[in-house]
Design a protein around this ligand. Structure first.
Ligand SMILES: Cc1cc2nc3c(=O)[nH]c(=O)nc-3n(C[C@H](O)[C@H](O)[C@H](O)COP(=O)(O)OP(=O)(O)OC[C@H]3O[C@@H](n4cnc5c(N)ncnc54)[C@H](O)[C@@H]3O)c2cc1C
Length: 418
């Protein structure tokens, strides 16, 4: 079987590695002229680290990522609302990692080149259209620099891992716009002293003013690279598409955080540090009822674009690829059946996460604290009971497929190569 993987991002590369590990041929077609190390921090939850470990990438990850041992929610006044152990500290057999997205991309790319062969990773190929018949799929690419048509590619299956602006998703769902959530986000990374012990991810504030901060790289001199994301609610529609991911001046938002000097983190100082700041609107799309159409299926952000809540997008894209390969291997001569099984496994929970992320997912506790105690609290349990906090945290992990016992005990998606 030969699978055409469209998109060489985190999901596409993970899918190609997973297919190869299952003895299924895969070729990756990426629009960018070169696959470059782009992006800032991204999280890999234990469910994704399990899959990458089973793909033989544990050492590469371990040497370049930070194992996150604690997640803590704070109010806008810097009061701790909730904290919980993460990764191995929480009892998982696998760590939770924070890593630079570009570094992760290079780890996956190098593994794919070594295992699939460099000749099976095609850059500069932008998918323009495709069609399928009883015996296979034909993909039509254009040169992403010149726009010139490239020779058509034939395969048994086409996996659309072409991200948030997927042309394959658009083919099946032409009238499905991006939905703006009403917030702008600014991302940056800065070299700094570790905070809260050096392995904590914090989320502070509430729906319309939030800061996320975590270390994503330990440095030899004892400092860390901190990734931070500031978020503010806005009126209006958000910036037009061509203005996304642009460098902006921090004065656009930093004043709102002037009072956020906490004894555990000096947010104004973090924001003043010299690094570039990139602006993004918070967007997703409505969940769709079907990802698989005959020999074509959607994966990663193309399948389930979601708000960046609960650190899910990258992790779930990795898991998608493993589940896809598992089912295609099990139904080898009937790929349509394998793709339907993949969809049946993955679509319902991803739909539920995307919808729950619109209502803040595990971060809802911060919103409740802001509503009930905007001037601060003497004790958090005056605002939310310990049981309530615990149940909300557990419910999201169950939904997202990384409840400790079920992840530790579920069978592997690995399949023996024929
Ligand atoms: C450049 C970049 C930077 C990012 N930075 C961050 C970050 O800092 N933090 C974070 O949490 N998330 C970031 N993300 C998003 C994150 O990587 C994804 O949400 C997540 O990993 C899901 O992966 P995916 O493979 O589905 O999508 P993506 O990782 O977005 O990959 C999609 C890939 O498909 C390619 N593509 C698009 N259209 C076509 C086409 N027509 N033909 C061929 N190829 C196509 C794109 O060039 C891209 O490489 C970034 C994504 C990109 C593309």
């Amino acid at each position: 079987m030969e699978v055409i993987v469209v998109g060489g991002g985190i999901g596409g590369m993970s899918a190609a590695l997973s297919l190869h590990a299952a003895g299924i041929g895969a070729q990756v077609y990426e629009a960018a002229p070169q696959i470059a190390a782009m992006g800032l921090g991204i999280h890999l939850q234990p469910n994704a680290v399990r899959e990458l470990t089973e793909l033989g990438l544990a050492d590469a990850l371990h040497s370049q990522a930070v194992a996150i041992q604690e997640l803590a929610f704070y109010s806008k006044r810097g009061q701790r609302i909730w904290s919980e152990p993460r990764g191995r500290e929480a009892g998982y057999h696998w760590p939770q990692y924070a890593i630079n997205r570009g570094t992760l991309q290079v780890i996956l790319l190098e593994a794919a080149r070594a295992r699939l062969g460099a000749g099976r990773i095609h850059t500069g190929h932008r998918l323009a259209s495709f069609e399928q018949d009883e015996t296979g799929v034909t993909a039509h690419f254009v040169d992403s620099v010149t726009g010139a048509p490239l020779p058509p590619v034939r395969g048994d299956v086409l996996v659309a891992a072409d991200g948030l602006h997927s042309v394959v998703r658009k083919h099946f769902y032409p009238d499905q716009p991006l939905r703006y959530g009403g917030q702008l986000m600014w991302r940056s990374a800065v070299s700094a002293a570790p905070f809260l012990g050096g392995s904590t991810m914090i989320i502070a504030g509430h729906r319309n003013q939030k800061l996320v901060c975590y270390p994503m790289r330990n440095q030899a001199d004892g400092t860390v690279i901190l990734n931070w994301i500031a978020e503010l609610g806005q009126s209006g529609d958000g910036p037009p598409r061509e203005e996304w991911n642009q460098k902006v001046d921090r004065s656009k938002f930093s004043g709102a955080f002037d009072a956020w000097t906490f004894d555990w983190l000096d947010v104004p100082a973090l924001m003043k540090a010299g690094a570039e700041v990139f602006e993004f609107p918070k967007v997703d799309r409505d969940p769709v009822p079907q990802w698989t159409f005959g020999r074509v299926t959607l994966l990663g952000d193309a399948a389930h674009p979601m708000h960046p809540v609960g650190s899910q997008a990258g992790s779930q894209a990795v898991v998608d690829g493993r589940v896809l390969a598992h089912h295609l291997a099990a139904t080898r001569d009937k790929p349509q059946e394998g793709l339907l099984r993949y969809e049946a496994d993955r679509l319902p929970p991803m739909r539920d996460i995307a919808l729950q992320n619109r209502t803040l997912g595990p971060e809802l506790v911060m919103e409740i604290v802001e509503e009930r105690a905007p001037q601060g609290f003497a004790h958090i349990h005056d605002v939310l009971s310990a049981e309530d906090l615990q149940e909300r945290a557990d419910a999201f992990k169950r939904l997202a497929g990384f409840a400790v016992e079920s992840l530790n005990n579920r069978p592997s998606y690995s399949v023996a190569r024929p």
